[in-house]
Design a protein around this ligand. Sequence first.
Ligand code: G16
Length: 543
Amino acid sequence: MSIQTISTKPFQDQKPGTSGLRKRVTVFQAAHYLENFVQSIFDAIAAPAGATLVVGGDGRYYNREAIQVILKMAAANGFGKVLVGQDGILSTPAASCVIRKYQTYGGIILSASHNPGGPEGDFGIKYNTANGGPAPEKVTEGIFARSKSISAYKIVDAADVALDVLGTTELAGMQVQVIDAVADYAELMESLFDFAAIRQLLASGFRIRFDAMHAVTGPYARAILVDKLGAEADAVLNATPLPDFGGGHPDPNLTYAHDLVEIMYGADAPDFGAASDGDGDRNMILGQRFFVTPSDSLALMAANARLVPAYAKGIAGVARSMPTSAAVDRVAEELDIPCYETPTGWKFFGNLMDAGKVTLCGEESFGTGSDHVREKDGLWAVLFWLNILAIKRQPVETLVKRHWAQFGRNVYSRHDYEELPSDVANALITHVRDSFTTLVGQRFGNYEVKTCDDFSYTDPVDGSVSHKQGVRILFVDGSRIVFRLSGTGTEGATLRIYLEAYETDRTKHDLDAQDALAEMITIADQITGLKQRTGREQPTVIT
Ligand code: G16
């Protein structure tokens, strides 16, 4: 087996987005494209010789091929050992768990998360550091800088490594250990939650459905929910991972998790429903004919954390991304703990968790997690809810409405306009920015603009600053509209409009969010000229 040094030319478009590099599969399949990016990671992180790496992915199309390339490049670049999930599978939170448990130098996760898969779908790759979390911006910027000047990559000339059998083999002097993809993660979950109480709940006739959306969480959900906790075998829907997710869009929201939504809004609806995404880090929580917004879910978890063994002593603090509703802020105030507001992207929570400043974090984009790993964690969130319900023994809807009665309701919705021409989307955001001075003090129906700004964040731990993280229109009564362009799409631009109002009047808590926010939806159009600029009458997705 010889180490080959292959000449290459840089690609100019390998800038990691909100969560790693995401492109069409066909882009990754172009000669040298994947190799260039992997070599840029290795050059930028400069791991010491003999270091250990974790590699795994969500099983989407091109996962297997990419892993073989990464293993051969890791061997050529001096790594001593790679831990790889069986069949190349590791959910994102499981990869984070393995990096932390075995104290590896870092890990490479292959996933485009909730984006569709298959030959015409998306692929993605990201690097996680030794804390198990997504690389911070200074690392991703280093990778991007390297990708623009790279002239060669190293790879060993060797046969593919068998990934279907557990055990250790050797690849050009590097050990490749194929590990059980589920075991370490399942063990961690069992150490955090009251499995006995959840088992009792499920044995009492409490019915659950979990939609794995033909993505990575099927085997994890079966092992934990069915085998360990005793849920009925049919509790896990779409449990077999498929390289193209069965043609679906593995994004756990009301639009794309339609199998689950039909069941949970149907006649004989189970008591609890949940779904996760392509790589297992997102979650959606549903009660009988009741949707829990991710922002409310985070607030509920924070308010009830003491019911969960791992958090029984209390939580140090909470964090949420800026576009996430302020529901958790009210809980933090009540608990007298700090609440941090970060830009969108799980990577911004890492420093806060490492410094012990926060225990729970969450985002409106269906992500919640804690310091048990350094990624958001879909099944963890499901178990957290089941643990709360096992103790409280209330329907999901009752639990949420009692929470609103105590804290008020942060009425919330996000409207996405997907695959817009990038110039149209950029012009719209620029227009809002340029309107800041004229907007302040302006009245729109019942709403008066108090301030407008472009969100900037200074990391309280390392002092790094991130600018232009979303445009905010803040109203006098505490309501707000936020405009942001997604950093995870692969085609054109996705405009996200985040709408939030605060309602203390309990008689209005039953209102549908779209009805309650109707006036603000109109205002968003007035401020941006959205319909006229985009030619769109409706958002692509409403969450
Ligand atoms: C990623 C990030 C999240 C972020 C989400 C949406 O999630 O990890 O932190 O909130 O994208 O980002 P954007 O609004 O820029 O599309 P995932 O599940 O795709 O890895």
